[in-house]
Design a protein around this ligand. Sequence first.
Ligand SMILES: NC(=O)c1ccc[n+]([C@@H]2O[C@H](COP(=O)([O-])OP(=O)(O)OC[C@H]3O[C@@H](n4cnc5c(N)ncnc54)[C@H](OP(=O)(O)O)[C@@H]3O)[C@@H](O)[C@H]2O)c1
Length: 306
Amino acid sequence: MTIAHRTVKLNDGKLIPALGWGNASSGLLGGGQKSVDTAKLAIASGITHIDTAQLYDTESETGQAVRESGAQGKVWVTTKLSHKEGIADASGVNAAALRKSVEGSLARLGAKPDLLLIHNIDVSAGHIAPLWTALEDLVLDGTLEGVSIGVSNYRPQDIEAVVAVARIVPAVNQFEFHPYTLAHTADLIALQKKHGIATEAYGPLGPLLQHPTGGPVKPVVERIAKARSIAPTDVLLLWVRSKGHVAISGSAKAENLKKLAALDTLEDLTAEEVAQIDEAGRKVHWRRYKDHHSRDFPAPDLPEDA
Ligand SMILES: NC(=O)c1ccc[n+]([C@@H]2O[C@H](COP(=O)([O-])OP(=O)(O)OC[C@H]3O[C@@H](n4cnc5c(N)ncnc54)[C@H](OP(=O)(O)O)[C@@H]3O)[C@@H](O)[C@H]2O)c1
């Protein structure tokens, strides 16, 4: 079956597939043949958007899988730059190191990505604005011509710092988003909307798969899933879609990959169903990736379970 995939329009006019598959979940971190094979299986299952990163060591595997699947130009590829190559530290931003790091990603992917993100803030220095300027320079000098650029795990103050100097406003901010981060990220998302910065939600299934009990969202999601004869995981991904965000999920299992790829065939949640999940989600603040998006980003005064 050919699926007409849903997209989200970015502020640079490009259409990003609304469901991405991460080449890092389910034991794929670190790369190797399993990463190539699973990425190929994901593409064969109908996935049209792959999320990789320098940090995951799956860039060359992603590029290889796309080429061997004959899917160049048909699959959206996102990669992310790490700070591990010393591009920004206490002494400032090293434009030459940034260029080398970007060129390394292009070489490993074997092609330009569709989207390139700064993976994390480096809180050791006030480099947020100069790092963005240095990345923009690589778009403007042609090195990253045609590549959308954005950020990941940026807090409101980081978005403000970037937007204050931006010649190219970030296309996206990718961070952990699900009902249990709804309260924490509400102001951030409002700020992004003001600047046309799309949200990419990673870890969207955490409330069902990683939260110790599932919390108040689980029974609501299970009831909606049962009524619609779909999986509870589908309900959470549809909830992300209802917000107009891009969901970045993952799987190494053929059955779940098919389910992810078929999400776009499922009907939207009703406004009432979305409101029920929102209400349950706002009772809790819980994150799976506890080291991201937490420093100097005060969390709401909510329990981790309710
Ligand atoms: N920017 C960042 O700092 C950052 C941080 C974290 C993640 N990410 C990106 O986001 C991607 C997704 O993150 P995540 O793994 O936390 O996402 P997630 O969507 O919350 O969880 C993915 C997990 O869900 C399981 N799954 C998928 N469909 C399922 C189904 N129908 N039933 C049961 N289990 C199902 C998969 O396991 P099975 O293999 O068993 O199906 C997979 O391990 C990563 O791969 C990475 O690309 C980015």
